[in-house]
Each structure stands twice: as structure tokens, then as C-alpha cells.
Design a protein around this ligand. Structure first.
Ligand SMILES: Cc1cc2nc3c(=O)[nH]c(=O)nc-3n(C[C@H](O)[C@H](O)[C@H](O)COP(=O)(O)OP(=O)(O)OC[C@H]3O[C@@H](n4cnc5c(N)ncnc54)[C@H](O)[C@@H]3O)c2cc1C
Length: 429
């Protein structure tokens, strides 16, 4: 449905161009026309990209943050390409129509057309952010560096806005079109401010989240207990995550996603964190009483949105056990948990999981050690079918590092579980 709405918007944008273009003739006209329609699509595309990241509850709960991030990344690549093509086609088309060279037309556009200089700077900013976001480049920069560079897209959008009305034929001739376009930008701006700023502030005031304790769960893994008031009003579900901002001198400036590792209580939440970098490592030094901003709940890996009453298999990889531990304790019906870890010391919650399994008559399979020890992939379709009789009739929930999650989803598909019954979350945006 979301993709349908986005596509319908794109069709409306093309219709706007069609309506405002009486005729297209000659090479110059076609090039300019193509440049204009791509410009409109780019203007619309950036709004869609921002809306996907505006933390809208229906999207966050329906699709999940990791899925939204994947769409955002893919859409970002299209939009940056469309922006570049828009600029080049307009330049070329104008040059052909004016019987001049592209170089001299570039100078004319930059100096004589209103706001084109600003829009060009915006285009280069978007291109720069696109390059930094490419997989090969992104691996080389710190997450925080990439994230803060990414915020320059807001500046780019602001810089490019006015040239659309000043130069775009679709807008210079139509007040209604200007109104529609402004309303679209304004709506998304309000949604971003509301859901990314106002709602977390309001939640902080209302729930007064505070660290109440830290517990070591295993080498490099700790649980953080967070107390607060009226937590049931959050409507958080097992399997969901929050973005946590711990208000200490070194951590207040960044928020990180961590899943609830136990079903949310009336006045207590628990997250469990593996130390893989600066932030996750610093959490072991948190003191009780530390104030916390919590943004959420987010995530679509919840039986509440996807549960069906069928038997279920949960497949966890490494610290991906956290949301599945919460689901394991609460999902109704027969459940099998498969927990994959490279080393025995990486298994957390073993006692808790065994106690839950005993209490509800569920099964836990710990698959520990390197592949060779299993004589092959322990999460292959065949071994999954052996571990879980009747697997193809069940719902499946998968969580872990991106590579393991993708492999487990493929194996479940190959083992006969329909795509619609596989719910997964990857611990990477
Ligand atoms: C939906 C979701 C739920 C998660 N739940 C858990 C959990 O329950 N327990 C757990 O141990 N880990 C969880 N993670 C992973 C956790 O967020 C990262 O391990 C942590 O943010 C790493 O930060 P760092 O500074 O310690 O490490 P870094 O070395 O800075 O980052 C390592 C990697 O973590 C990711 N990352 C870093 N900072 C952020 C950020 N601010 N926002 C998003 N991703 C970031 C990036 O992919 C980065 O490459 C979850 C991730 C996601 C997306």
C-alpha cells in the first residue's frame, strides 16, 4: 500500500508536468521537457525520502525501521541520479534551444536564472551525501560521521526549494500547483518536527525514563534496566525497539536503537546490549539515576502486528536474541527457539530461556560453534526442517546480524515457509 501511494504521487507529478506543458517540439524541447519532469520527480522524491525517515508510527510499526531504511537508501540512489539527470538535461536542452554551447549556457543559468546557483549547490550536496552513503564509502567512515553528513540533505532541500517556483514552468503558471507543492513540503516538515522532536520530548516529560540498574549477562553483554512511570501508555510490544539517548556528558548527543529484551513491565523496561563500539561499550558505565530519552516503540517484529495463532519458530543469531527473548516469553501457541552462536560464551539468557521453555513446554535448540562442527550449515533448509517438524505450516521470526538474517530467511523460504509468514529484523539500518 505504501509503495502504491508513492507511485500514485509520482503519477500525479507527471500529470502536473503534462498539464503545464502545452507542446514539446524539437530536440531542445524534448531535452528540456525530460529535464523538467525529472526535476519535478526529484522534488517529490526528496519529500518521500524524508517522510520515510520521519518516524511515522504506522510506517515504523507496519514496516519496521530496517525496511524503511532499506527503501530510503534505494530511493536515495534514484533521487540523486534523477537530480543529476535533471541538471544535465536542462543544461543541454536550454543550450540546444538557444543555439549555444553547454558551457556558456551553464554560465547563463547560474548567473541569470533566479535561485539556480543555490539549487546547483544543493545538487552537489545531495551528490556528496549519496557518495558517502555508498556501501564502499560508508564502511570507511564512522556511523556518526555519516549520520551528521547525512543531515546536510535537509540543507540541500531548503536550498533547492525556491528555484522550483522561480524557474519551474509547472509552478510559474499555476497558483494551485504552488499551493499543492508547498503543502506537501510543509506537511512533511511538521511530521518530522512532531515525531522526531516533540513526541520524544513529550514522552520524556510523561514517563521520566531513568536507568535503574545494569547487569552483566556474559562477556561484553550487559542488560540495562530503565524505570519510568505510566509505561503501559507506551503500548510497547515484545519484539519492538526504542532509540535510546542516555543523558550523560559523553552520550547525550547520539541515540541508538536497542530492542526490548523482556516484555515491557508497568514501570520497568530492559534492553540487552553487546559491546561492539563506542556507544554500546559505554553503556556498562551508566549509573543508576541517569536520565534517558526514549523514542519509540518502533519495529514490526511483533506478534501483535504479525501473529496468527499458528505455531512459530524463532531463529536468533548472536545478540539478535534480544527481541526474540521477549517474544519467546509471550507468544501464544507452540514455539521453537533456534539460537545460533559462534561460541558458548556468546550465548546469553541461557537460564532464562531454559526456564521459559520449561514453563511453557517449548523447545530451545542451541546451535553453538563453527559450521564445520555441524558438518555444514546448521541453518540450512534441511536442518531447519529436521529441528522443527511441520516447519512449513508455521510463522517464523528471525533476528540477527544482516548476513545471518538474510541467510536464515532464504533457508526458511527454501524449507517451504511462505514469504508472508517470515518476519525478520536486521540489526543494521
Ligand atoms: C532495530 C535495531 C535493533 C537493535 N537492537 C539491539 C539490541 O537489542 N542489542 C544490541 O546489542 N544491539 C542492537 N542493535 C544494534 C545496535 O544499535 C548497534 O550495535 C549500536 O548502535 C552500535 O553502536 P556503537 O557506537 O557501539 O558501535 P559503532 O562501531 O559506532 O557502530 C557499529 C554499527 O552499528 C550501527 N550503528 C551505530 N550507531 C548507530 C545508531 N546511532 N543508529 C543505528 N545504527 C547504528 C552501524 O551499522 C554501525 O556500522 C540494534 C540495531 C537495530 C537497527
Amino acid at each position: 500500500m505504501v509503495l502504491g501511494i508513492i507511485a500514485a504521487g509520482a503519477i500525479a507529478v507527471i500529470a502536473l508536468w503534462w498539464h503545464s506543458t502545452p507542446d514539446v517540439s524539437g530536440l531542445g524541447g524534448w531535452l528540456t521537457g525530460a529535464g523538467e519532469v525529472l526535476g519535478l520527480l526529484a522534488g517529490y522524491g526528496v519529500v518521500v525520502l524524508v517522510a520515510l525517515m520521519a518516524r511515522l508510527p504506522p510506517l515504523e510499526r507496519g514496516l519496521g525501521g530496517d525496511q524503511l531504511a532499506r527503501w530510503h537508501a534505494m530511493g536515495g540512489r534514484y533521487v540523486v541520479s534523477v537530480v543529476c539527470a535533471h541538471g544535465l538535461l536542462i543544461l543541454w536542452g536550454y543550450a540546444v534551444e538557444a543555439h549555444t554551447s553547454v558551457v556558456s549556457e551553464t554560465a547563463t543559468l547560474l548567473t541569470q536564472y533566479p535561485d539556480v546557483l543555490m539549487a546547483t549547490a544543493a545538487g552537489f550536496l545531495l551528490l556528496g551525501v549519496g557518495i558517502v552513503s555508498m556501501r564502499a564509502a560508508r564502511r570507511r567512515v564512522r556511523y556518526e560521521t555519516w549520520y551528521y553528513l547525512h543531515l546536510y540533505t535537509y540543507l540541500a532541500i531548503a536550498l533547492a526549494f525556491s528555484h522550483q517556483f522561480a524557474d519551474g514552468a509547472a509552478f510559474t503558471s499555476s497558483l494551485a500547483a504552488r499551493f499543492w507543492w508547498s503543502a506537501m513540503y510543509l506537511t512533511v516538515l511538521v511530521l518530522v518536527l512532531w515525531y522526531r522532536v516533540a513526541v520524544p520530548l513529550r514522552a520524556y516529560m510523561r514517563h521520566r525514563f531513568t536507568v535503574t540498574g545494569i547487569k552483566a549477562e556474559g562477556p561484553g553483554v550487559i542488560s540495562v534496566y530503565i524505570g519510568g512511570s505510566r509505561l503501559s501508555e507506551l503500548n510497547a510490544e515484545p519484539g519492538q525497539y526504542f532509540r535510546w539517548r542516555f543523558l550523560t556528558r559523553s552520550l547525550w548527543w547520539s541515540s541508538h536503537p536497542y530492542s526490548l529484551s523482556a516484555a515491557p513491565g508497568q514501570d520497568l523496561l530492559r534492553i540487552t546490549v553487546k559491546d561492539i563500539g563506542d556507544h554500546s561499550r559505554a553503556l556498562s558505565r551508566l549509573r543508576p539515576g541517569t536520565r534517558v530519552f526514549a523514542e519509540g516503540p518502533y519495529g514490526a517484529l511483533t506478534p501483535a502486528t504479525s501473529g496468527s495463532g499458528r505455531a512459530a519458530v524463532l531463529v536468533a543469531g548472536g545478540v539478535g536474541i534480544t527481541p526474540l527473548r521477549a517474544i519467546f516469553a509471550t507468544l501464544p501457541g507452540p514455539v521453537t527457539l533456534i539460537y545460533r552462536a559462534s561460541r558458548a560464551q556468546d550465548v546469553v539468557f541461557r537460564e532464562e530461556l531454559d526456564a521459559i521453555a520449561a514453563a511453557r513446554g517449548a523447545t530451545v535448540h542451541y546451535l553453538i560453534g563453527p559450521r564445520d562442527g555441524f558438518g555444514g550449515d546448521p541453518l540450512s533448509p534441511r536442518s531447519l526442517r529436521t529441528l522443527v517438524p511441520g516447519l512449513d505450516e508455521q510463522d517464523a521470526y528471525v533476528c540477527g546480524p544482516p548476513g545471518m538474517t538474510a541467510a536464515a530467511v532464504r533457508a526458511l523460504r527454501a524449507a517451504g515457509v511462505p514469504r508472508a509468514r517470515i518476519h525478520f529484523e536486521s540489526f543494521e539500518f
